[in-house]
Structures are given as C-alpha cells and as structure tokens.
Design a protein around this ligand. Structure first.
Ligand SMILES: *Cc1c(COP(=O)(O)O)cnc(C)c1O
Length: 422
C-alpha cells in the first residue's frame, strides 16, 4: 500500500486547495488551523467526538446487502452504507459535531452555516441546540422553496434561516453570504462549512471528520464478503464532495478498490444544465481554494442545475480535483432522470427512500453492477434519506398526495398516484 499524506501543510493537494482569503479572514483561519492541529490529537476531544457519534448520531451506521436489487441487476452484489439512518438523516452531522466541538473549545458562542438541500443547516441547527450555541443559516431562496420541510425543521430547532436572493439563489450564493457574515463577525463567530470546500484547513478537517464513514466500512465489509475482502468499487455522489471523501479517504491505499464519484449531469453533460464541475469545469479559484470550477471564458461562474439541491454547486472539494487528475478516483455523471428512476426503484425494491443526491450513486451502481460478475461487489454510500425530497418528487411526477406550502390554493392534478414502471 502506498502512503498517502495530503494535503501539505499549506493545504495543497498538488496544484489544488490552498488558502485564498481576504486579509480580514486570515487571522480567523490561522486561529482555526492552530485549534484543529491541537485538538485533533487531544484525547479528550477525540473521546467526546466518538461519544457523540455513538450516542447522539447512532454510529456505526450499518452496511446493508441490497440482495433483491443485486439479483435483479444480475451482476455484482450491491451494498449500501446507511448514512441515511444517522440522526438528522444524512452524513452531514458527523462533520457538524466535529466543528461544533471546536467552536465550543475556541469560545465562539455564535455559529453560522450555509446550506443547499438543508441537511447541513438541519445538522448544524441540531448540534447548536444541543450545545447551546446561537445558530444562523444562510440558504438560497430557490432552495428555501424546494426544501421547505428542512427550513421548518431548522426553525423548530431554534435557528435563524436567512434566505439569500443574490445570484442563482442556491448553494454557492449561500456560501458567499456566510463568508461575508464571517468577515463582519469574526470575533465571536465560528463558520461551520458543510463540505470539503473552502480555504485550508476546511477541506482537510471536514474530510477527517467524515472519514469515520470509510473507516467503519473497512471493518464492516470483510464481515459481509468473507476473509479480509474489500469491495471492488466504492461509489458516492459528489456535490462539494464530503460524503465521497469520507468514504474514499480510508480506501485510497486499497488499490484494488475502484473509487467512483458521481456528479449531477442534470439534463445531460452536454446540455449546459448540470453541476459536473470535474467533468466540465476548468481549474479556478472559488470560495477560498483552487479547484475545478464551472466557469465561462471570462471566469464568470456558470449557473448550475440539478434536481437535487445538495449537488447543485459549481465547484468541488480540491482533493477530488487532485484524485481525478492523478486518476486514483474516476468521475462520472448521472442525469436527473436516471437519479429519479433509481430513487423510485430503491423505494419499491428495497423499502428505502433515498435522498435525491444519494440516488445518483444508486443509479451508477445499477449501471455498473450489470457489467460485473456476481462474485464482485459494489459499496454505495447512501448519504441521506429522502424525506426532504418527497415534495420535489411528487411535483415532478404530477402527483397530488403531497402538497407543498407553495402549491396551496393552486390546482394540482387530481387523483393521480405515481405510476412507476420497471
Ligand atoms: C449535502 C448532501 C450531499 C452533497 O454534499 P457532499 O459534500 O458532496 O457530500 C449528498 N447527499 C446528501 C444526502 C446531502 O445532504
């Protein structure tokens, strides 16, 4: 096994990553770097982090053999890492706990966060309620509408949700706004970033907190596969890339395991309406680091699209850019339609309602399994549950059994139940 020790001490993954922030933030970043360098090796910090993961989140999350689905695909065995079973419904909470524990130790009483699908906002609001921290969440106004159950959840948990009206009114704009808040309130405020993006040390720190996912898999998979076997492929969806880095990172030294990241191909990789930053982007600087960015010839950020709010981001964590260039990981695209089909398929076949983000990874597993042998195996990171998405799915399916607040008073298709054909 080859040793892997990235990033370097300045946060570089090859030519990616680094630290592109204004003068006003450099002090806060230094402070954070020092705190993380100290506490990541502090036995009391590690003990509290592990305690919270076990007793508040419910870890370890199980790995489930999707036997019916595997049989129907007629190829490789498909296993699901059940991050959807975590408290708050996704992998996001792993990272949120780590950063909130740092905030407490650094004496910052106020926490801010950005959110797309609302999962990171909910996880942050949850943990702030638990630790008695003030919580402000920035969310694009488009996402506020399409993820309204999560907005209400955050409010129930005592957080303030600020809708962002600039730009495309989605995740990147929420991130910009949160950065602005941080600059203005840096003395008493800790910024909990929800993915492996942002300036160093965030991409490394978030990856480290999320690596619990892959570490558990390395223990759990041999129990399913026998002897000391690991899966032939690990698949995860990539928005900013935190659930993917969390499961990929411990697997990097296992060279017989392919690592496959799934970007949102939206209406198609060549339609101009997607969020495939690695496959269709160019190197550039976004949100404090160098990475692949969806931009035009003048360096202007291109509007992105995905049916899933959590993948709708024009950049990607710098470590993914590096893993792609070095070919240790492969990156593919799954369209909105393929993801929706996989969503319905998993509901009907395995009794699991997946997040639309995670459905992209499931769709890729379904495609690949057919090309592999039954004695081979695929491990999918099922990053979250789909409760938050049922309004979106119902709208797209023309069903009226679930009515979002936004559709009240309008006429909707009567009496139709979603018909899903295998
Ligand atoms: C936020 C989210 C994602 C995308 O974020 P990553 O940082 O790429 O993991 C994927 N799945 C779910 C369920 C999410 O909530």
């Amino acid at each position: 096994m080859k040793p892997y020790a990235y990033p370097d001490q300045n946060g570089h993954f090859g030519k990616y990553g680094g630290n592109f922030v204004s003068e006003t933030l450099s002090h806060a970043i230094e402070e954070l770097k020092e705190a993380y360098a100290h506490y990541q090796n502090d036995p009391e910090f590690i003990r509290e982090f592990n305690y919270e993961l076990a007793h508040f989140v419910g870890r370890p999350s199980p790995i489930y053999h999707a036997a019916r689905m595997s049989r129907e695909m007629g190829g490789a065995q498909i296993y699901l890492k059940r991050e959807d079973l975590n408290h708050t419904g996704a992998h996001k909470v792993n990272n949120t706990i780590g950063q909130a524990l740092l905030a407490k130790r650094m004496g910052k009483p106020r926490v801010i966060a950005e959110t797309g699908a609302g999962q990171h906002g909910v996880a942050t609001a949850t943990i702030c309620a638990r630790y008695g921290l003030e919580c402000v969440v920035y969310m694009g106004s488009v996402d506020v509408k399409r993820q309204s159950p999560n907005v209400y959840r955050m409010k129930l948990l005592g957080a303030t949700v600020i809708p962002v009206e600039s730009g495309s009114k989605t995740l990147k704009d929420a991130l910009n706004e949160a950065m602005r808040d941080w600059v203005a309130n840096v003395d008493n405020t800790f910024y909990i970033i929800g993915t492996v993006a942002g300036p160093h040390p965030y991409p490394m720190m978030v990856r480290d907190f999320q690596s619990i996912i892959g570490k558990e898999c390395i223990e759990q998979m041999p129990k399913h596969l026998g002897s000391d076997k690991q899966p032939d492929a690990v698949i995860a969806c990539v928005g900013g890339g935190s659930n993917a880095m969390g499961i990929f990172h411990p697997y990097i030294p296992f060279e017989n395991t392919r690592l496959i990241g799934v970007e949102a191909a939206g209406e198609g990789l060549d339609s101009g309406k997607h969020s495939a930053s690695i496959q269709r982007g160019q190197p550039g600087v976004l949100h404090g680091n160098r990475t692949y960015v969806l931009q035009d010839d003048n360096g202007q950020i291109i509007e992105t699209h995905s049916v899933s709010a959590g993948l709708d981001y024009p950049g990607v964590g710098p470590e993914h850019a590096w893993l792609s260039d070095t070919k240790r990981a492969e990156y593919v695209g799954i369209t909105d339609k393929e993801a929706l089909d996989a969503f319905h398929y998993l509901c009907r076949t395995e009794g699991i309602i997946p997040a639309l983000e995670s459905s992209h990874a499931v769709a890729q597993a379904m495609k690949m399994a057919k090309t592999m042998r039954p004695d081979q195996s695929i491990l999918v990171n099922l990053s979250g549950r789909g409760d938050k998405d049922i309004g979106t799915v119902a709208d797209l399916s023309g069903a009226d059994f679930y009515c979002r607040p936004s559709c009240r008073g309008e006429s909707v298709k009567g009496g139709q139940v979603v018909e899903f054909k295998r």
